[in-house]
Design a protein around this ligand. Sequence first.
Ligand SMILES: [Zn+2]
Length: 221
Amino acid sequence: MIPKINGRTRYSNSVKKHLRKIKPWQAGAWDKQNNNIKLLKTQLRNQLLILQNSKCAYCGLDFNETSSSELEHIAPKGGLKIPKYLEFTFTPLNLVLACHLCNSPIKKGTFDPVIHYSQNYKECTFKIYHPFFDNPDVHFDYVFSGFGMIVQNKTLKGRDTIDLFDLNSAAHINARGRNKLMDILKAALEETQAEEILTSTSLTSEQIADILKSTTYKKTL
Ligand SMILES: [Zn+2]
């Protein structure tokens, strides 16, 4: 399920000092290969993995399920030729971890999610779901479809988010179904048993769901 991120990330004093020194932040600053920037990314990644419970900020799927995680700017920093919100390049509230599925849709590259701009990040408003600011229950709902799970929008913001990140791609729907199945298995079995079953190559999600249909599976749905 699409998560809300409670809490926020913080930089160490040495990183903060470096960020002050390089202000105003320039295009390309994010990709500089120096120790301070490497440390900053490590700090963000470690804290976000905990805050996000190792789940993608946009689709809510386990990173194990959808490949590795990537640090993602909500208001984009843009490229070297066409920079965008450079002033938010290192703003902690503008940075989340997203999965490869959510980070790759073509539309995302040129999309500007900011509706109302303010130099104060907290005063900006966004066209898409903001994992630090918004409540996912207001914007999204879920329905089972076969062995997958579809996300539905309850608001226009929900709709635009689903559209932008292609949250109902076959890969997302199937991964969501598998995630849900894993939760059900974990509730019914010891965690190690559940993991063994799901990593076993001899059983498909459909077969596991069939096994569980007469017991916990139906009740939990
Ligand atoms: Zn994702």
